[in-house]
Design a binder for this molecule. Sequence first.
Ligand SMILES: *Cc1c(COP(=O)(O)O)cnc(C)c1O
Length: 396
Amino acid sequence: MTITSFNPPVRTLMGPGPSDVHPRVLAAMARPTIGHLDPAFVHMMDEVKTLLQYAFQTDNALTIPVSAPGSAGMETCFVNLVEPGDTVVVCQNGVFGGRMKENVERLGGTAVMVEDAWGEPVDPGKVADALQRHPDAKIVAFVHAETSTGVESDVPALTKLARDHGCLTIVDAVTSLGGIPIKTDAWGVDAIYSGTQKCLSCTPGLSPVSFSERAIEKIQARKTKVSSWFLDLNLVMGYWGGTAKRAYHHTAPVNALYGLHEALVMLREEGLEQAWARHRRHHLALRAGLEAMGLQFIVAEAHRLPQLNAVTVPSGVDEAEVRRRLLEDFNLEIGAGLGVLAGKVWRVGLMGAACTAHNVLFCLASLEAVLGGLGAPIPRGAALEAASSRLAGERD
Ligand SMILES: *Cc1c(COP(=O)(O)O)cnc(C)c1O
């Protein structure tokens, strides 16, 4: 067998991530590798921190990209902030809250679960109850944008409750950063993590994180060592840290960081508010089209994420076959349902560089062609009509 260079097919990525990576980001990543302690690289690292502070809307000095995917950003928050014996209120309304629970328990903490149905936001009333019942709780952890269902939870309401009870907050912003408003400082978030491959439209594999002064105080007051050497922020800061001389911790993913730098430069050029507005505008057009096709959103309008559209599969339709045909015939990737929603929904992402009017119309046309080809009873032409008049209306 001869193995030659790998040339991936060119797809349009409209699933739950990764999203399409902009050519500018790919080009940045192809630039020459330099040393991770080279002064030119260190200068770029400082710019990445400044750009991340902008994206997270924070002045937190400890705002850096962890050299690993979003899951490692999650672990960074938990492994540094949770000590054995700590009680953590963990909110679960989809897949990712379950992983938070797993993190707390593996660290020897106790997870007090606050559960809401998949597709519902976290209920602040239940969190208030849990905090009353567990006055010893030290942390409240929740997901801002639940990618498994497309629901947004109310960050400022939850952080306020946590603060009123003297708790720190850990917020999963993997799918929200760059797509919907995040105001880390104004909302009083203590630890927040994200990923590069969703609304930042960078390649997968990096996880921006940010920690408040209060969070750093808790880390510094630990009685036990952080159990992960790689993710121990005390050590990571020796490399990413403030003014002191940078020390080798691990070899930074140099070219991946060029890509993140470029993606963040693009976000700043567009402007955060404009990026949020673009996600919302195109979501409304996609929604008009999907609903005209007869597909229903599983999340109530008030809590819907523009960047993750979960809609029910029409009865009698083989959902996996639809995704297979979209990929094979149209080079279009959309997402399947996870967990209790497996087989029941599609998750259509409109994230970052993939969130364009072109993709909205392309996705609707492709989906209509595939569903029509499978004999599903959908009105023909209605989706494109609804979406394009919505887009035209936005222009006026
Ligand atoms: C994608 C995602 C993660 C995990 O990120 P990876 O980069 O896949 O490790 C965590 N939380 C949420 C809400 C996500 O959407």
